[in-house]
Design a protein around this ligand. Structure first.
Ligand code: UT7
Length: 324
């Protein structure tokens, strides 16, 4: 018997405030046209004053639990992928655990920036496959609006806030690619690229949270090749051919990266879940948000093969192949 980590529920949360590209024209030398054509972004959500990463993550988690019809008390572990925690510690995951009313199990954060949700999914899968947990809530939640430099037009127009969650559950499989659940994962990082995308503050340096800095164009070039290669590696590990893919659920940083990666994998854009126009780049929240929205739209259905892939600061990148 093979144990598989199967998706039992999906949910998301987006803050109420929506900011259209045109808003930035009032304060920056930019245009709706530039943002749209260079990134595919049309609008993004920003958290309200006082609205935190843990609040948004809790809302997404509650929606995933409701979707699964499972009580929080029946969950063994909570993993939160985030780079924008409420506090330096305790973890956002323990805050959400307490908001959900869970007094048992364990909770921790994973920090791999925009690749965080892929890393969290891979960790959750390992916990389930090794028998350490039967049900794991995997959440991606970010308030990147809090680390934007609002005078830097090359970054502040690209990011947004939000949260998404998947509830994974141990189920028996046959050990083949016909099984439901996570079929493979592929994780990578290379810290020599640290200057390509980073935040210029932190606990042991400035003592402040800092602001996001990015070398957009060099990162763009790394992204397409690394995303295609990690997706290909994960597909090989899963024993799945690219033509068997029903949906790519990519990190939503830039429509041109999403299109370039799909092209390299030989897939047309009608097999890609795209939300970047409405959410912008929500870092670790972007994949579970796209997953939840894709399910809501009727795109992703039970039995579909999905490939999730992401790259971000580190650089850290990776992919997960799963059957819904
Ligand atoms: O989530 C983690 C992963 N993130 C990514 O993978 C992001 C990767 N990078 C990108 O998505 C793209 O590189 C950007 C969207 C950030 C930029 O697009 P680009 O086609 O690489 O443009 P560029 O950086 O080469 O800039 C082109 C021009 C520059 O002007 P000059 O030097 O040609 O005169 C920029 O100064 O566009 C200018 N520019 C802007 N103009 C209007 C940069 N930002 C803006 C702006 N509005 N907001």
């Amino acid at each position: 018997m093979t144990v598989r980590a199967v998706i039992a529920g999906v949910g998301h949360y987006l803050p109420e405030r929506v900011v259209e590209n045109a808003e930035f024209e009032k304060t920056l030398d930019t245009s709706d046209e530039w943002i749209r054509t260079r990134s595919g972004i049309e609008r993004r959500h920003f958290a309200a004053v006082g609205e935190t990463t843990s609040m948004m993550g809790t809302a997404a988690a509650k929606n995933a639990l409701a979707d699964a019809g499972i009580e929080a008390s029946d969950v063994d572990a909570v993993i939160v992928a985030t780079s924008t925690p409420d506090l330096t510690f305790p973890s956002v995951a323990t805050m959400i655990q307490s908001e959900l009313g869970m007094r048992t199990g364990f909770a921790f954060d994973v920090q791999a920036v925009c690749a965080g949700f892929i890393y969290a999914l891979s960790n959750a899968n390992a916990l389930i496959v090794s028998g350490q947990a039967n049900r794991v809530l995997v959440i991606g939640a970010e308030t990147f609006s809090r680390i934007m430099d609002w005078t830097d037009r090359s970054t502040c127009v690209l990011f947004g806030d939000g949260a998404g969650a998947l509830l994974l559950e141990a189920q028996e499989g046959a050990g083949t690619a016909d099984d439901r659940g996570i079929l493979s994962s592929d994780l990578n990082s290379d810290g020599t690229y640290r200057d390509m995308l980073y935040v210029d503050g932190g606990v042991s340096t400035t003592g402040t949270a800092g602001k996001l800095r990015m070398q957009g164009n060099p990162l763009f070039r790394q992204a397409v090749s690394k995303l295609a290669s990690t997706a290909t590696a994960a597909l090989e590990k899963a024993g799945v051919d690219p033509e068997q893919i029903d949906w790519i659920v990519p990190h939503q940083a830039n429509i041109r990266i999403i299109e370039g990666t799909a092209k390299k994998l030989g897939l047309s854009m009608d097999k890609v879940v795209v939300t970047v126009q409405d959410h912008g780049n929500t870092s670790a929240a972007s994949i579970p948000l796209a997953f939840s929205v894709g399910k809501e739209r009727g795109q992703i259905k039970k039995g579909d093969i999905c490939v999730a892939e992401a790259i971000g600061g580190g650089l850290a990148w990776g992919a997960v192949v799963l059957r819904v």
